[in-house]
Design a binder for this molecule. Structure first.
Ligand SMILES: Cc1ncc(COP(=O)(O)O)c(C=O)c1O
Length: 403
């Protein structure tokens, strides 16, 4: 017998999506969900995905058999090349264990479960703020969560000195440090290349374990290599770290749950032992990962034409988002909305961290049917040519009237 469990609050983002769906006002806008939308406000199936999907279904040998525990081999191999680079020396060293996971969330979960069992420290440091689900995933894996400063509300940028100070003076050897590989969620603020280099030095000196979360490679800048800078820099300098890779955003495969976990070990011998431990964890949790998204990604990455189409699709998505940043900023500036709005274009990726207060966000939801997180985070993909002007007007109203 179990005691009746107490009810708890719903997940804020999924709750917001539910409210948006139930809203019958015609001019509603969804700036909450982290999913790409076309300029018509519709979900977008990437042309490379559509082509690969048709090819897979037309293949007479197509079936719905189980994948291996570690996933589809062609998929994990090519996914590791996307993140570490085609000619990665690290991959050639055979020190990487690559497992297909239930998207990026599953990679975070499997990585955390592994470290919770085998890392010397059970403490993980996450940025303040971070993706809300990090807390839930790491708590579930029995890691102890601590936060390091990241966002500076005064500059609407990186709180660099405080971040370094915390890592240097408050961490212990072996502690895990979560790093967003690019397009930090929710702030859209990334370290510069020079700051990544300094971070790498501090992390080595303090013997921290880097835990990279890479959910936006190529989606952020439009360039897969540019967005992998931090991971590839660390790959040349750190003997042990891991990478959680999601193909939800950059392939638009959200619901197909297509991701991978790459654990880098000191030697190839250790890596093969890690493979066996990941197999045991994965078998107990999900037995084997979902097949369809992995087949699509593997088909695209194996075909030079489809690969090129994917690169074009990434540019289509990232360019539209960048354009929306500029357009929103220019509407707010022409309205003379109090405050500065440069941060909208300085930030990168899916999200903008607007600086709107919880009260202002609440009014946008209640009065204007503009759905956004209460921390002021907006998905730039929710903006389009038809709604950006009216959303700017609504923001202008709440900024003037509400604290
Ligand atoms: C920082 C970060 N990590 C991981 C994920 C995982 O997403 P998914 O499980 O859909 O791949 C997301 C998605 O929003 C994210 O923003």
């Amino acid at each position: 017998m179990i005691a009746a469990p107490p009810s708890i609050a719903p997940d804020p983002i999924f709750h917001l999506i539910g409210l948006y769906k139930a809203d019958t006002r015609a001019d509603k806008a969804d700036l909450g969900v982290g999913a790409y939308r076309s300029n018509e406000g519709k979900p977008w199936i990437l042309p490379c995905v559509k082509a690969a999907s048709e090819r897979i279904q037309a293949d007479p040998s197509y079936n719905h058999e189980y994948l291996a525990i570690s996933g589809l081999d062609e998929y994990t191999k090519s996914a590791s090349k996307v993140i570490f680079g085609q000619d990665s020396a690290l991959l050639k060293s055979n020190r990487v264990s690559s497992f297909q996971t239930v998207s990026g969330t599953g990679a975070n979960h499997l990585g955390a479960a592994f470290l919770s069992k085998f890392n010397s420290s059970k403490t993980i440091w996450v940025s303040d703020p971070t993706w809300g689900n990090h807390f839930k995933v790491f708590e579930t894996a029995n890691l102890q969560i601590k936060v390091y400063p990241y966002w500076d509300p005064a500059t609407r940028g990186l709180n660099w000195e405080a971040l370094k100070d915390t890592l240097q003076n408050q961490t212990s050897p072996g502690d895990i440090i979560l790093l967003h590989a690019c397009a930090h969620n929710p702030t859209g603020v990334d370290p510069t290349h020079q700051q990544w280099e300094e971070l790498s030095e501090i992390i080595s000196a303090k013997q921290l374990y880097p835990f990279f979360d890479a959910a936006y490679q190529g989606f952020a800048s439009g360039d897969l290599d540019h967005d992998a800078f931090a991971i590839r820099y660390f790959a040349e300098r750190h003997a042990e770290f891991l990478v959680c890779q999601s193909f939800a955003k950059n392939f638009g495969l959200y619901g197909e749950r297509t991701g991978a976990l790459h654990i880098v070990s000191k030697t190839s011998v250790v890596a093969r032992a890690v493979d066996t431990q990941l197999s045991a964890l994965q078998r107990a949790e999900i037995s084997s990962p979902p097949a369809y998204g992995a087949k699509i990604v593997a088909a695209i990455l194996a075909d030079p034409e489809l690969y090129q189409q994917w690169r074009n699709d990434l540019i289509t998505m990232s360019a539209r988002i960048k354009e929306m940043r500029t357009t929103l900023k220019s509407h707010l500036e022409s309205l003379k909305t109090p405050g500065t709005w440069d941060h909208l274009v300085d930030q990168i990726g899916m999200f903008a961290y607007t600086g709107l207060t919880p009260g202002q966000c609440q009014r946008l939801v209640n009065e204007f049917s503009i759905y956004l997180s209460s921390n002021g985070r907006v998905s730039m993909a929710g903006f389009n040519d038809s709604n950006v002007k009216s959303i700017a007007k609504a923001i202008d109203t709440v900024v003037r009237e509400t604290k």
